[in-house]
Design a protein around this ligand. Sequence first.
Ligand code: COA
Length: 532
Amino acid sequence: MTVLASALNTADPEYREHREAMLAKLAALDTEHAKALAGGGEKYVERHRGRGKLLARERVELLLDPDTPFLELSPLAAWGSDYTVGASLVTGIGVVEGVECLITANDPTVRGGASNPWSLRKALRANDIALANRLPVISLVESGGADLPSQKEIFIPGGAVFRDLTRLSAAGIPTIAVVFGNSTAGGAYVPGMSDHTIMVRERAKVFLGGPPLVKMATGEESDDESLGGAEMHARVSGLADHFAVDERDALRQARRVVARLNHRKAHADPGPAVPPKYDEDELLGIVPGDLRTPFDPREVVARIVDASDFDEFKPLYGTSLTTGWATLHGYPVGILANARGVLFSEESQKAAQFIQLANQRDIPLLFLHNTTGYMVGKEYEQGGIIKHGAMMINAVSNSRVPHLSVLMGASYGAGHYGMCGRAYDPRFLFAWPSAKSAVMGPQQLAGVLSIVARQSAAAKGRPYDDEADAALRAMVERQIESESLPMFLSGRLYDDGVIDPRDTRTVLGLCLSAIHTAPYEGARGGFGVFRM
Ligand code: COA
């Protein structure tokens, strides 16, 4: 039998404690997600509705097939910055006429839907996802263009948005723009670079320069409609392929366009998705509030994979990394999960071997993070921990099967890299509210800084102020702690979202389905030199 046994006892006070801690973090997360949903706030939402317009998420909802899920991405973008949480843009994956699409929608209630540096990062991340997974892109456009006060951050890199649209098209990935309002200046190149365009009567404004700018530039008198209205673009310029009488008609027409795309998934539907044997709700009580306490990741695996069925690979070797095979919503996956925090040489070599096997067999990999990094110390350095960690990082970097990463707990140091952190291009990366990620733990980092300062003072023959040191350590600890938290990292687009642990299986299932839209083949060779 390869069905995992569980030692989790829901009556145990520890389980309850972990669960309470997780629920408190989820409540805090809900508060932040609510900010994204609130957009520009009541005043601007009412004004928008008063103009007879639908909100960004209502547009998305009407576009999607009824009762199908929408996997929203980067909802906390801009968290911790001066900009509104969500970054005036909604992005995500949803099903339109049976086709999984990458959908973006400007939120016109936030500064006229203008793009700030975080909106730009979020849009570019969405484009990357569309390209990697061959998902048609539907842009629901109503935007004041560049956020003018922050233009220096976005004007030059922002050109990539339009570049991406035409590169997607060149790769045979359909792009559709539905214009509900302002889409001027650079914004005009969203419909301009899309394969299919739909514009809403008396609402769409698609021009390089509006009437005041034209007046300034050439002296010509003009108006919005003649410069860039839907009627003009549908009848005269030809930029609009479809003329919609209102917003709902535009969304209906967008669905018809998708229905005729003949966009096919590269992979056949997966096998049956047998639910796990254990309750997903119990995922709330596994991760300890204090990440220094280890937990068995098999308890997590047992609650996310089909039938809790897991064939472990090398279970007796390198035991602080659990590796093995399973299916998730019918899709085969190889799982690497940190068991006791630290990665030693054995774990690193086991990981490198396992990643190569997954590539030989064309099996996607799922990385479940809870690592404090690679082991330090004389014994380990002499044992070649750098070489062995390098093998693992080589394998992850040059692996060509799709990767998924979930940060459950700690994800520190080069361990974050070896476990396919953001810079290693996992197709999707999500964090639990319990996750923390940084170069090292806050206490360790503050301690290292203090030792370095003390040594530096000694070298200069200066006395060391212990009181000031304690205050500095406390300050650094607080700073690093706050910068390690998932909301902070999500705000900076270092993940694709912070998720409720109970949703992990569903989220990964949606990602695996999206991933299987594109063909993939594991690396048969092509790894760098494995330093032995
Ligand atoms: N950058 C920064 N802030 C912007 C902005 C932009 N591009 N566009 C709008 N805003 C702000 C407005 O200043 C206003 O702020 P306030 O309410 O604090 O005063 C808020 O967003 C709402 O704008 P408002 O003009 O009241 O909304 P609207 O729905 O009536 O009109 C636009 C929206 C986008 C049509 C209009 O604001 C506009 O034309 N903006 C400039 C467009 C432009 O030329 N952009 C440069 C393109 S590269």
